[in-house]
Design a protein around this ligand. Sequence first.
Ligand SMILES: [Zn+2]
Length: 249
Amino acid sequence: MGFFDWIKSFFLKKPENLYVLQKKEIETYLAADPDSFMRSLDTMNKTARQIHTPSFIAGHFCNINRAEHKRITNATRTVDNMLQKENGSLHEALERWKISYTQLIQIPWVIGVMATNSYERGMSHTRGIVIIIHRKVLASQALESTLLHEKIHVYQKMFPSVIDEVLTKKGYFQKSCAIYQRLNPDTNTSTYHHPKYDVPMYASFKDSSMLQSISDVVFPMNDMSLEHPYEECAYEIQRAYEAFYRNIP
Ligand SMILES: [Zn+2]
């Protein structure tokens, strides 16, 4: 049984909507490259990720303890509850991107936890429907809004035609792929042009000859949310969540 079938049968059998992958499970999942992200990388993107090293995946993930599991459980429940409160900045932001909160809630939370800053530089991201976060995020104030940000990326992957339609209506258009573009597992492979700021949207490697890491990039207008429309959408909703949360008595 493939991993996706396994995940599906797991959630059909069990009523809960959260599964935290064991260290072994996330390592096996990533080694299989289920969304073909690693296979899609050009030489520059491979070099920046040091993909050639044997320890590229192994050793960077962990099992979590009971207290950490409780924090994830509470955070995902709080996000799901907040999504059901229909008035306020959060729903306005979701509406601007035509994202259905009921569909968002129905997507199960599948989470893997990193223990080092090596794999994808320790940055929160998604692979397929799996959300990958660093262990240190579990203790941070931003846990809930980070999880929501990544869940938006899962939604974008599950409903690409809904998002495409919104982007077309908002005036984003696709450009040919930029040459020094850092690829991001949270986005599709298209490069877009921003309708309001009139800039191409991608993170550009600073100096390809000195390439050390995927963080050696510059963003359009120095704004990381302008890397791609999917990021702009996820950051806008994340910020709306943070503003909304502060206003709940
Ligand atoms: Zn993102």
